[in-house]
Design a protein around this ligand. Sequence first.
Ligand code: ZN
Length: 135
Amino acid sequence: MATNYRILGKIEAERPCDCCGNKILKVAVVIDLEGVQVHYGRDCAGRLLYGCKSLANARKAEKAADAADYAAKMGRDNRLRRVSKDKNRANYLYAGTRRGLDGSFFAVKGSDVVRVDGKDEADVAFFLSEGFERV
Ligand SMILES: [Zn+2]
């Protein structure tokens, strides 16, 4: 039984389950399984997470996937909340995160500006993926 996994979220999926492969899913639970991203149906995800296939475990797995989606959305919203039209305001918002100034830098997208935590790879990657450029 796999021990190293992380629930990434839930997607609509017209595809077979990566676990059992025996039916076309409508909804897949996306799981990082020992570094490989897989798509499991709710039943198989329930077994992976909670030990056996059952309706209750399938529902719990789906809830865990929903929670992961929600956490990802909140993380995005929290980061975007630091964006401002004004550099001083962006600085102020950054200070509110208690991130260090050391290694940080401003990034812009159009008239938007944000201070990025250069020591946090996820923070840098996030703002680059949102179209910000380092200045
Ligand atoms: Zn399956």
